[in-house]
Ligand binder design. Structure first.
Ligand SMILES: N[C@@H](CCC(=O)N[C@@H](CS)C(=O)NCC(=O)O)C(=O)O
Length: 218
């Protein structure tokens, strides 16, 4: 029995879930929905798969559990696979703080790309990335290999993904952030991740849904 992960045929919100499954070497299948046949989701699976809160991304677990909400799914897999664990309430709260901050970074990027004024806003966004990347640059400068020090956690998977989306938009975007750049390169060289990225399961585009003003194609 394997996991089933459903999402549009894009990287979007699903990629960190796929990276975690690849890292943990959990068997999984992807269910990819096409925008040109969106009824497959909206008229069929969304109504019939039995979710309490139907949405995508979704995860069907080998034990029959069904979950939606991409960050909930990440935390679930993280607790199961040792990628979201801590000894104390303070430590788990720190992980949640980092994770929420990465999610904010992703949200800011998605809002930019979904804005009809995208072409007017893009330069400003890229020129002012210091406010978004700066705190991560400083945090990683404190001798931390990953966002949680020596131990990978689910926040690293979403961080890598959102950094790569930025690089797809503007290849030089990390040049001013050497620690973030180092993080990204080292994450991509983790053997399970490197092997996934080199496989035909991984494609750079589409990053975002077809309705976005950037992210459907290079
Ligand atoms: N907070 C949710 C957002 C879910 C969401 O907005 N999903 C979009 C794709 S990014 C969608 O098309 N959902 C299908 C639907 O609304 O039925 C998550 O992180 O999973």
């Amino acid at each position: 029995m394997s996991y089933k992960v459903g999402y549009w045929n894009t990287r979007g919100f699903v990629e960190p879930i796929i990276l975690v499954l690849e890292y943990l070497q959990y068997p999984y299948e992807r269910v990819k929905y096409e925008f040109d046949h969106a009824e497959h989701w909206f008229e069929n699976d969304k109504k019939t798969l039995g979710f309490d809160f139907p949405n995508m991304a979704y995860l069907l677990c080998p034990n029959g559990q069904k979950f939606t909400q991409s960050i909930t799914i990440l935390r679930h897999l993280g607790r199961e696979g040792g990628l979201f664990t801590a000894q104390t309430n303070d430590q788990i709260t720190k992980l949640e703080e980092i994770l929420d901050t990465v999610v904010d970074l992703r949200l800011g990027f998605a809002l930019l790309c979904l804005n009809p004024n995208f072409s007017d806003m893009k330069n400003d966004y890229l020129m002012n990335l210091g406010g978004r990347f700066g705190p991560f640059e400083e945090w990683l400068a404190g001798g931390r290999k990953w966002l949680n020090g020596d131990n990978l956690f689910v926040g690293d998977f979403i961080f890598w993904s959102v950094l790569d989306y930025h690089e797809c938009m503007e290849p030089t975007v990390l040049e001013a952030y050497p620690n973030v750049k180092r993080f990204k390169e080292e994450f991509a060289s983790i053997p399970q991740i490197a092997s996934y990225l080199a496989s035909d399961k991984f494609k750079k585009f589409p990053v975002l849904i077809k309705q976005a003003y950037w992210g459907w194609s290079p």
